[in-house]
Each structure stands twice: as C-alpha cells, then as structure tokens.
Design a protein around this ligand. Structure first.
Ligand SMILES: *[C@@H]1O[C@H](CO)[C@@H](O)[C@H](O)[C@H]1NC(C)=O
Ligand SMILES: *[C@@H]1O[C@H](CO)[C@@H](O)[C@H](O)[C@H]1NC(C)=O
Ligand SMILES: *[C@@H]1O[C@H](CO)[C@@H](O)[C@H](O)[C@H]1NC(C)=O
Ligand SMILES: *[C@@H]1O[C@H](CO)[C@@H](O)[C@H](O)[C@H]1NC(C)=O
Length: 275
C-alpha cells in the first residue's frame, strides 16, 4: 500500500508534468487558417515539378499533321528505330520529372494494343506497345509517366453514340490506368473540331474511374479537377496566373475558355480539387 506522503509526491509530480505540458503547448503558435483552399498532396507534388515533358508521337508524325482525320491506315505507322529509352535520356537530361505520352490523339489511333479497337499499333508494321515501352523506360530513369487519351475520336464509329462511346472510352481508360503501373498524370483534352459530331462526355464517371485506379494521380483538363490548362498553346501564361479558379465559370471544351484561363485574374474562392 502507498503511504500518504508518497501519494502526495505522486500527485505533485503529476501536476508538475501537466503544467509543463501546458507551457509547451502555449509556446507553439498555431499556423493561421488558409484564406483560400489549399492544394492536396498530389497538386503540391505537381507544383514542385518545374519541368514536365510531352511526347506527341503517333500517326501525325507520319502524316506531318497536327490533327489527323481518323482515315489514316495503320500501315502508315512504321517507325524504323523507335527507342523510348533514348527519349527518356533526353527527358532526364532536360531535368523533367514527368513525361506524358499521347496514347491516342484525335485520329483515334492507339499506341497500345487495345482490346477494344483494331485501330492500333497491333495492326501496324511496328506492332509493339509504345505505352509499355514508354512507362517502363520512364520509371527506369526515375521519371514519372503520364498519359493523354483524347476524348474526341475521329476514327471510331461509336463516336456520337453517347452510351457506346462513353463505355469505349472508359474501357480504354481502364486499360491504361490498370495495366501499366503507377501513372502520375492523365490528360483529358477538350479540343474538338467545330464541325465534329455532337457528343456528351461522361467526365464525372471517367474521373471517378481514374481515382479508383490511381490514388495519387493528377487529372488535367481545361477546367481541372486537379491541374488545368494555362489558356494558350504559345507557352505563356497570363501576367497574373493564380492556381485557384472559379470552377463554376469554366466548363471543359467551352467556347472562350482560353480567354478566361489566360487573362482572368484568378483570385477567386475555389481551388481545383475533387469534391
Ligand atoms: C536505346 O537507347 C538506349 C539509351 O540511349 C541505348 O542504350 C540502347 O542501346 C538503345 N537501343 C537500341 C536498340 O538502339
Ligand atoms: C465546317 O463545315 C462548313 C459547312 O459545311 C464548311 O464550310 C467548313 O469548311 C467546315 N470546317 C471545317 C474545319 O471542316
Ligand atoms: C451540336 O449541338 C448544338 C446544341 O444543340 C448545336 O448548336 C450545334 O449546331 C450542333 N453541332 C453539330 C455539328 O451538329
Ligand atoms: C464564380 O462564377 C460564377 C459564374 O460565373 C459567379 O456567379 C460567381 O459570382 C463567381 N464567384 C466568385 C467568388 O467570383
């Protein structure tokens, strides 16, 4: 049994410890609450990247065009000395921490042997899997891979049939984000020809699928949700270019979005984060 005096000493010691704790606590000034929303971990990692490299190599390389028509035969895709490791040597030398490959552009030709279309490298004389080569070579150099999958597809007959095409796109998204290891960025380009078939994209479903398959990825589009277009293709941002935008005033692919992205003073209340 404990005597009265030792019990007192124990209580006194406990009170002293408590007081010391209080002093230590009050000495730490808590940081001020943020005025604007703050970036999540993946967005913060993106901000620290500084240099990102884009690889747009595909059917357009062989037809010397910016936008293919979708009518190009796969036989045109015939690289003689394609070497993704050499690309990554260049990326590493340039200090790029992320390299993004256009896996499918508007012409609809897929640089991986997709199970959902015959319009791919599988039907070409090259017959490899460039998404595999690219993602493997990037990781071997410590460069994070990213991918671009064009929503506008000028080749596929399903384009314009809303449910069918959205399912096709979703299936390809799954192929790319479940079959090639960790992917750090995915691009949803809003570009589309003025005369193109009308088509509603199910962005919210696509984004949810991305989140399910890749935990730390950044989703790019004109309007986020994680990283957004700077507003032009000449390589210059607006004189003031905040990370935050007013999300309710921008829609992916909307007319006039360049003007908003590039010239708007971005000091508004919403950050591009997923809900
Ligand atoms: C591909 O490029 C890498 C890196 O530059 C080089 O080591 C390798 O020999 C090349 N492979 C071929 C088949 O040329
Ligand atoms: C769009 O369609 C109009 C009318 O058919 C045509 O005059 C114009 O050249 C087309 N534009 C493009 C970019 O194909
Ligand atoms: C697409 O739909 C919009 C709105 O319904 C319409 O104004 C536009 O002319 C349509 N475009 C084509 C190419 O059918
Ligand atoms: C955001 O944009 C919407 C639509 O243009 C507008 O009604 C709203 O006032 C804007 N909010 C802020 C904080 O600027």
């Amino acid at each position: 049994m404990m005597g009265g005096a030792s019990l007192l000493r124990l209580v006194a010691a406990a009170l002293l410890a408590l007081a010391a704790g209080m002093v230590a606590e009050s000495a730490v000034t808590p940081p001020p609450l943020p005025v604007l929303p703050i970036p999540n971990a993946a967005q913060l990692a993106w901000q620290r990247r500084e240099v990102i490299m884009f690889f747009h190599f595909g059917m357009n390389t062989f037809t010397d065009s910016e936008w293919g028509t979708g009518a190009e035969p796969p036989s045109l895709f015939a690289p003689a000395a394609l070497n993704a490791s050499q690309w990554m040597d260049a990326a590493e030398a340039a200090g790029a921490s992320l390299a993004i490959l256009v896996a499918k552009h508007h012409d609809g030709f897929c640089l991986w042997p997709s199970a959902y279309t015959s319009h791919s490298v599988r039907a070409s004389p090259w017959c490899g899997d460039l998404v595999r080569d690219f993602t493997d070579a990037a990781r071997a150099r410590g460069v994070d891979p990213g991918l671009y999958l064009s929503p506008w597809d000028r080749h596929d007959a399903r384009y314009g049939r809303e449910t069918e095409y959205n399912e096709y796109y979703l299936a390809q998204l799954r192929e790319l984000l479940a079959g090639y290891g960790s992917v750090s960025e995915i691009w949803f380009d809003g570009a589309k020809g003025k005369n193109a078939t009308n088509m509603t994209y199910h962005f919210q479903e696509w984004f949810q699928t991305v989140r399910q398959l890749q935990g730390a990825i950044n989703i790019f589009s004109d309007a986020g949700p994680d990283v957004r277009w700077v507003g032009d293709e000449q390589g210059s941002a607006g004189t003031t270019c905040w990370s935050t935008v007013n999300r309710s005033s921008i829609t992916i692919g909307a007319e006039g979005i360049e003007k908003y992205c590039c010239t708007h003073a971005f000091r508004s209340s919403l950050l591009l984060v997923d809900d």
